[in-house]
Design a protein around this ligand. Structure first.
Ligand code: NAP
Length: 489
């Protein structure tokens, strides 16, 4: 089938942190894929910036290796793409080179300008101040901020205030790449493009919701950042809450950026507080010890960190509730962690059991319907239904998934979330980006949890690498007579 792409106008996209992990692993491959699909206008420029003293050719040489290593990549296409890529060595905190950089950007006054801040958040303020100083914040300029925006409401406000002195809110794109995933778009289509789900989408018919973001990796090379953040700040405050909002929001009147974001904000504001009075019942935090992950023995968090004192959580499970008419009494069980058995991100909407079973015991149990939206590794949607086991032998029930992952059927390769989001910035469409008030509301909910943990003096519960977290996380949901979803349920 034909893939339909929306046109974009010529642009300059500057990646501050152009030599970093995110730029090389995600941003530049995403731009390359859009180039291959003919979506990068010929006059557009992509400019990497970092302190390393490279020139255009040196940068291209390092990218060539990375892009040629992508599966299915054509070296001739890589070379064509690299003709549109350049590099400028700059230090966010030093004056040298900024005049030349401003002159380079000034060569294309009609281009949309995107400044992607793929650096540590401590540099956001310096970078924005420089861009403002050189007048690079005018009408067609946009700035993209990577997560995390701060580590508390107060620090997020400081960053947002400082960025806001240079870029208007309408020019500021706070990225949460989970929102760019095909499955999240599909959630909107399923909920609001069908009449089947919406009448059931409430506490009368939904028993509970689970959101899991599990990683098999340990700390890796981001130890310094991670130990300062922990799982709640790194995953729950942003990605997981954004997914919760997409599940729980009221139907927006349109897909216009503010219509969607207003509804998400209402959900965040309706989250029931978790604080010192209830954190011990509603949250579980853990830290991995040595164990076996992906078939190999791996060290524990503290050994990887080379700091035997850290109380940073590498796992969190919690029970959230939304205090409004639609969701009263429906728990949202959220969990995320490092060194878990599978790399999987999914949303499970578990419907209530049938009110009365007409089947006798020989038919087997009538299992609850579940809608499972998988974001990774393979994006897709499955609706688990009870059907009759085919053939003779009496009526026996089978619980089977109706697979609604149509990418294969449509012969379409699913684009990476960054591909969609980067071009949305160029097009000036902020629907899938977080507005400042959303970030604030998410911190307003997360801060008291962090404060409760800090005040408790309890260490995170240990769990073996390669397990599904501390046993208390299983108890958290089983106490309510429910279980964490497994794909073969
Ligand atoms: P990284 O690998 O440490 O890269 C940081 C980049 O910033 C490098 O290119 C570095 O190059 C440059 N840099 C450092 N100091 C600079 C300065 N004073 N002036 C100009 N450039 C400077 O970090 P990353 O993992 O790519 O992460 C970038 C951002 O994305 C962070 O905010 C992170 O939290 C966020 N993020 C990353 C991921 C991921 O998977 N990596 C995922 C989600 C969010 P030089 O040292 O040569 O200057």
């Amino acid at each position: 089938m034909t893939v339909i792409s929306l046109p974009v106008e010529p642009f300059d996209l500057v990646i501050f942190g152009g030599t970093g992990d995110l730029a090389l692993r995600k941003l530049l491959p995403a731009l390359f894929h859009r180039f291959v699909d003919g979506q990068i206008p010929a006059q557009s420029r992509i400019i990497g910036v970092a302190r390393e003293g490279l020139d255009d050719e040196g940068y291209r040489a390092s990218l060539r290796k990375t892009l040629n290593a992508l599966s299915g990549s054509d070296p001739a296409k890589v070379d064509q793409f690299l003709q549109q890529v350049g590099y400028r060595p700059l230090d966010a905190r030093k004056d040298a080179g900024w005049d030349d950089f401003a002159a380079l950007i000034g060569e294309q006054p009609d281009h949309v300008r995107v400044f992607y801040l793929s650096t540590s958040p401590e540099l956001f303020v310096d970078l924005c101040a420089r861009l403002g100083q050189y007048g690079l914040n005018d009408g067609k300029s946009r700035v993209v901020l990577e997560k995390p925006i701060g580590r508390s409401l107060e620090s997020a406000n400081r960053i947002n205030d400082d960025v806001g002195r240079v870029f208007a809110e309408s020019q500021t794109y706070r990225i949460d790449h989970y929102l760019g995933k095909e499955t999240v778009q599909n959630l909107l289509a399923l909920r609001f493009g069908n009449v089947l789900f919406e009448p059931l989408w409430n506490s009368a018919h939904i028993d509970h919701v689970q959101i899991t973001v599990a990683e098999t990796l340990g700390l890796g090379r981001r130890a310094g950042y991670y130990d300062h953040a922990g799982a709640l700040r790194d995953m729950v405050q942003n990605h997981i809450l954004q997914l919760l909002c997409m599940v729980a929001m009221e139907p927006p009147s349109s897909l216009s950026p503010d219509a969607v974001r207003n509804e998400k904000l209402k959900v965040l504001n309706a989250l029931k507080p978790i604080d010192a009075s209830n954190a011990s019942q509603l949250t579980v935090r853990g830290q991995y010890r040595a164990g076996v992950a992906e078939g190999a023995s791996v060290p524990g968090y503290l050994d990887e960190l080379e700091n035997h004192q850290s109380n940073t959580e590498t796992f969190v499970a919690l029970k959230a509730e939304i205090a409004n008419w639609r969701w009263a009494g429906v728990p949202f069980y959220l969990r995320t962690g490092k060194r878990l058995p599978d790399r999987v991100s999914e949303i499970v909407v578990a419907f209530k059991p049938v009110p009365h079973s007409i089947f006798d015991a020989s038919a087997g149990p009538v299992v609850q319907n579940r809608l499972v939206l998988r974001l990774q590794p393979d994006e897709g949607v499955k609706l688990w239904l009870s059907i009759k086991h085919p053939g003779p032998g009496g009526l026996r029930l089978r619980h089977v998934p109706l697979d609604m992952s149509f990418a294969e059927a449509f012969g379409v390769q699913q684009p990476d979330a960054y591909e969609r989001l980067l071009l949305d910035v160029v097009r000036g469409n902020p629907t899938l980006f977080m507005r400042r008030d959303e970030v604030e509301a998410a911190w307003r909910w997360a801060d008291p949890i962090l404060a409760a943990w800090a005040a408790s003096n309890e260490s995170p519960r240990p769990y073996a690498a390669g397990s599904w977290g501390p046993s208390a996380a299983v108890a958290l949901i089983e106490r309510d007579g429910r279980t964490w979803h497994e794909d073969n349920d």
